[in-house]
Design a protein around this ligand. Sequence first.
Ligand code: SF4
Length: 368
Amino acid sequence: MPPHSPPRFLPGCPPDPATLTDAFSHALVAWFRAVARDFPWRRGKDAYAVWISEVMLQQTTTTTVIPYFERFMREYPNLHSLASANDEAVLRMWEGLGYYRRCRALLAAARQLVGLGHGNVPDDPELLGSLPGMGEYTRNAVLSQAFGRAVPIIEANSRRVLARVFGLEDDASRPPCSRWLWDAAARLVPAEDSGAYNQALMELGSLVCTPAKPSCLVCPVRRWCRAAAAGMADRVPLKAPRPAITKVSSVGLALRSGGAWFLRQCPPGGRREGLWEFPHLAIGEDEPPLEKARAFLVELAPQGAELRPAGRHDHSVTRYRVSIHLFAGELDSMARVSSCRWVAPDDMEALPMSAPHRRIWKHLEAGG
Ligand code: SF4
């Protein structure tokens, strides 16, 4: 399908969004009030708490987010406490949630708001939209849930629900489809209860209108749903083609001296900026790992050291399957290398590390 071609719908679709009267939103909100799951971020309407939860929930499941959210809110209960926090401490608290750009943008946005004199996230669409990391979805989630503004949201769950209601027989993430759904969502969002309505759309997508087997028989909006009427509920919207998996290999060095570990900080601009990792270097599929590791060691510590294999450590990052061939060695002295640090064992826990490298460290500490 050409990337900019108009959205394609089932025969006789889409209905004009204006024909979905208030009864649609009333049915959805009533259902939500009856079945909504009790999440900690749903227990109030504090804009700061809504914002933190929405950022954490991007690309991450509610089950994973709950303990992170609770810890984060205990440590940084308001905008001021977050804005004045130490970067590494905040990154450490985020460790394991992934997508660390979200965390760095959150911190930058908090500091920007405090710098402008705000004590909480303000009811100001223009200002919110200008903050780092604040996309249309996050901004509107905060504005509707915390301030009751009638603004729409579209994320994975609500996108699927609306695509089915309107009979979108297309890849709903294609830009023309996404734009069409945003426009339709804007025409549907009610003036009253917009926060509950938006959450209801997401909850419905998560609990009932699921990707593979939607439970149409218990769906509160079934009477308006074109996909269900056409018997196509589990076939629309069409799935986006999955990106091909790319394999990446690297060699990693687990170097110690006097008990301290040698770690390198990820450079600015990358997805893991600010996190600490064992030094590693990408290698070609056919390159011999031990030879490459020895050459890499000479770059970091010209005095060299005996290297012993310490296992292959695999992990996935988006479409990449990464294999780190790890080698361990003991250095006589602590080499000084820019962006690297020798870290005492007792300080390792407090240091923000990427999840795969935290696992590697725990494996090594356990004698691996
Ligand atoms: S009727 Fe079925 S396909 Fe339509 S919104 Fe409800 S669960 Fe989804």
